[in-house]
Design a protein around this ligand. Structure first.
Ligand SMILES: [Zn+2]
Length: 370
């Protein structure tokens, strides 16, 4: 008999059973969960006409599954991030195939300007930063005074290695240090990585982007800083520590050499993984690599976004104490799909999510064991 620490076995755990799982938590963890999250579970009902019955059975297994649908709304009361899960969608198996057409399309786009960055891309006014696997370029159409690219030596954006990820982070950080030297006000550094069209990447060739802004951090980073600060003032504890504790108690987190890896309960897009660390160097690159490798080989991901939130590079008026390095990674769906994964709901209300976080943590756990 399997030990049921959370009241339910690993196979039984599901986002739609979150109320049962949280009520089975030890009191401390339960209180912490209630402090951060609010969960609303409701049932959607409908009456399908006879003519639709066969179609429904074929697509959803049974009539009952569609006639009564469980919907869970999870709200992070600290940040007001929220996610809606529908049991019908969340219970579907994770699609892991990648089409051969995609790899062919990637290969066919080789020979682009990023394949020869020294001639194909401009350099920043302070020159280029070069690493073993990447080189920086200045972004042609900037969205900030300091906005550059980390151009990977690999054309295929889905071909990654731990050494290369370490190099991208290192080259990006050296770029930010150079930007700060050029302009001491460019203190707020942001690292982001879009892979393939669905993620917003306009160029196929593997690359990340770096930006350093002034005055205050980008608003979503600043929002998280303020939320965490309010949390500490109100509760006396560090928000990120408590977030990790809650995810651990629910079986949605693992540790890798000091980096906490969480499957976010309120994912902004599919399969969001958060990595919380106290440095940009050290084991973060290894953790990012393992998450991406698991997503690309086990979780059917072909297009993703990654971003790193971090404190400014030098002294600022705001209180950043206790703010860690927060890496966010999301799946952006099948590159062959024409429908966007961002509709009015996601833009203006709350993200509707298909993948159950409890289906993401197990493959991740397996990947980190290797
Ligand atoms: Zn290329």
């Amino acid at each position: 008999m399997k030990r049921k620490a959370e009241g339910l076995s690993a196979e039984e755990r599901a986002v739609v059973r979150l109320p049962e799982q949280t009520s089975a938590l030890p009191k401390g963890a339960r209180n912490l969960f209630d402090r951060i999250y609010r969960v609303n579970r409701t049932i959607g009902r409908l009456n399908p006409p006879e003519a639709m019955h066969d179609w429904i059975r074929r697509h959803f297994g049974s009539l009952e599954a569609v006639e009564r649908q469980t919907i869970v709304k999870i709200t992070n009361q600290v940040t007001l991030e929220e996610a809606l899960f529908n049991e019908l969608r969340a219970s579907r198996p994770v699609e892991t195939r990648r089409s051969g057409d995609l790899l062919q399309e990637i290969a066919q786009s080789a020979g682009d300007p990023f394949c020869h960055p020294l001639e194909g891309t401009p350099e920043d006014v302070f020159g280029r930063i070069e690493g073993a696997h990447s080189i920086t370029a200045s972004n042609v159409a900037k969205y900030d005074a300091y906005h550059g690219l980390v151009v990977f030596d690999k054309h295929n954006p889905l071909e990654i290695s731990e050494l290369a990820v370490r190099d991208y982070l290192d080259v990006g950080y050296r770029w930010a240090e150079r930007a700060l030297k050029a302009d001491p006000e460019a203190k707020y550094y942001f690292f982001m990585w879009n892979a393939l069209w669905r993620s917003g990447a306009s160029i196929v060739h593997g690359h990340a982007q770096v930006a350093s802004t002034q005055g205050a951090h980008y608003s979503k980073v600043e929002h998280l800083r303020r939320s965490a600060l309010n949390y500490r003032l109100f509760n006396g504890t560090n928000y990120f520590d408590d977030l990790v504790r809650v995810h651990k108690a629910l079986g949605l987190a693992l540790s890798y050499q000091g980096v906490s890896v969480l499957v976010n309960l309120t994912p902004v897009r599919e399969k969001e993984v958060l990595l919380i660390s106290f440095s940009l160097s050290g084991s973060l690159a290894g953790a990012i690599y393992r998450v991406l490798d698991c997503m690309l080989t086990q979780l059917g991901v072909s297009s993703f976004n990654l971003a790193i939130y971090m404190p400014p590079l030098s002294q600022t008026p705001e209180d950043w104490s206790g703010f860690p390095y927060v890496t966010r990674i999301v799946d952006r769906g099948n590159p062959a799909a024409r429908t966007s994964d961002v509709g009015a709901m996601e833009l203006f209300a709350s993200p509707v999510t298909t993948t159950d976080p409890f289906r993401v943590i197990e493959p991740l756990r397996q990947r980190f064991l290797r």
